[in-house]
Every structure is written in C-alpha cells, then in structure tokens.
Design a binder for this molecule. Sequence first.
Ligand code: ADP
Length: 345
Amino acid sequence: MKIAVINSGSSSLKFKLFDMSTNEVLKSILIERIGEENSTIKTHHDALESMEIDFTTLDAIGHRVVHGGESLTSSVIINDEVIKIIKDLIPLAPLHNRANLEGVVVARLKAPNTPQIAVFDTAFHSSMPKEAYLYALPYEMYEKHNIRRYGFHGTSHSFITKAAAKELNKSVQEVNLITLHLGNGASVCAIKNGKSVDTSMGFTPLEGLMMGSRSGDIDPAIVLYLQRELGLSVEEVDATLNKKSGLIGVCGDNDVRNIIKSGDEKAKLALDMMIRRIQKYIGAYLTLLPSVDAIAFSGGIGENSSYVRERVLDVAIFKEIKVLVIKTNEELEIANECVKVLKNK
Ligand code: ADP
C-alpha cells in the first residue's frame, strides 16, 4: 500500500511517500518559498506538478490539517462537506487551515479518484474533559463563539503515546504518561489510559510552554496593556506574542544548541525560564494522573538535548519516574491514520 502525506503551509509544501508494508519512506520532498518573488513555483498546484509523481496510482493521500474544531475529532475521508467544515474553521486557525486546505484542493484536482484523508492536530485532544478545555470566561463565549481550549501537536502526542506503550510493554489503553513535544513549537500532554486529558496549548498554539518565538502563558491583561498604553495594533500584538517572544524575545536566538553554548546572561536566563515552565507543567500534570508510567521527551529539543532533559528532570518528585526519549514521526502517524480510515471504510 502506497500512501502520500502532504503538509501544506502558506509558502511551503512537505511531501512524503510511504510504503506501508515496511513503513519505508520512498520519497521525501520539501518545497519552500511558494509564491515568493524569485521562486519558479508560484502556487501549491505548481508545487505538486513539479514533483513528477503520478498521484492517481496512490492508495490514499493524507493531509495534515491543523484545526478540526469540535466536529472533526478523528481522521476522515475528505468530501465537500468536510472541506466546508475546514473552511468554516479558518477563523480559529487563519494561517494554518487556509494553507492546509490549499493542499487538499490541489491534490484533489490531481487525483480526483484517490481517497484523500484529513488528519487533525486537534483530534487527539478531543478526549479532554470539559473542566480541562473550558476557559473561565462567560459561558456563552464557548457556546456562541467556540472559545475553548483545543490543544495542538495531537498527531505527535498520539505517536509518542503509542511508541511509549510499546517500549513499556503495555497496551495503549493501559499507559499513563506525560508526553513532551519540545521543538520550536512546544507542548505537554497528560495521557491517562492512552488518552489526552490535558494539554498545554489551548485555543491557539500560543498557550502553554515558552517556545522558540511564542510567549506561551502570560497574564492576558498584558495584551490589553500593550494595546492601551503602548498603542500596539492587533496585528502588532499578534506578531509580538507569536514571532518576537519566547526564546527569541528574551535572548535573540531560538536555536537551543546556540543558547546552551552561549555564555550570555540573557541566553542563560531564557533557558532557565524555558526549563522552569516545563517543570511546572510536568508537576501540575502529575496531579491529574493516578500514576505515571513515564515522562516521554520528543521534538528537536526533547530528542537531541540530554542537557535539557537532565535539567528538566532535576526535581525530587520526578526522579522516581521512568524517562523515555522518543523520535516523533508525525508523517508516519498520518499515514497510519489513513490505513485505519481505509480499513474502516
Ligand atoms: P519544529 O517545531 O520547527 O519542527 P524541531 O522539532 O525540529 O522544530 O526542533 C527545533 C529545535 O530543536 C531548535 O530549537 C533546535 O535548536 C533544537 N535542537 C535540535 N538539535 C538539538 C540539540 N542537539 N541540542 C539542543 N537543541 C537541539
């Protein structure tokens, strides 16, 4: 069985082709700078054309879609109705869903008869209980405007959970974990009986941990202050919190390798802040689980930096807990989801 996975961003398209009998990657293509001035690839359609792949011979095409909202809580075969729902969710994830949809539209044109399957970043967290996903805002903000916590990186947390269960010789339904996806974007998830019961990202991927360029948790009144007292526009506040904060904001760099090596005071401070926030989340999530089988590290930082792992784990109550390092593979998880959907068809 041959399955392609497409991760379509606003100016990039990542493509991987899997042979599902061996999980081997047959082809891996990254196209960047789509639509930019000097680029020969003007559209996502051009990007697929340039790959010289006969999409019609594939068994399925899996698409990463960031936001599935409250209605798309598991992977689905894409039809016009699904497309409409993804479109309707654009206001909740303006950059991501619009770009993801672009990939879906062009792939459907290329291979109208090949099953196309959407796999959502939010889906894994649909098991969160209401007390975890509601904000303490007027209830109608949830009912009328869908303002709630959704959680992201779900495909990765799901992959890590399955891989951890395997390493622990347990079934997925039996494992209790704290999973850490620590990349440029970063999130923590509390896993009870194989399911997400809480996660650090919320209404958007901005909430939670201190990230490469995102602030993570802040007092929401700072947003009001920035607008009222500093006169920042909505767009400027958005850029400040998403692109100019986190590690970059504090020390001017978001590459944790450089930050660790640097002797600079601010780099040291940024690292201390990042680590402290991760520790606070792990500590909090321990209270949500009856017991914990392992803390599982993943993502570029979690997988590669034993220094960060050791610093994070340097807390008395964490020392008794088993530690796993798992190389996440979101594309393979998406391809596996496609196989599951095809089987249930
Ligand atoms: P993305 O969220 O963009 O997919 P990655 O999961 O690739 O990000 O992680 C990127 C981060 O991983 C960067 O901050 C990078 O500095 C960090 N990283 C990669 N290798 C190491 C390493 N050996 N030690 C520390 N940090 C590392």
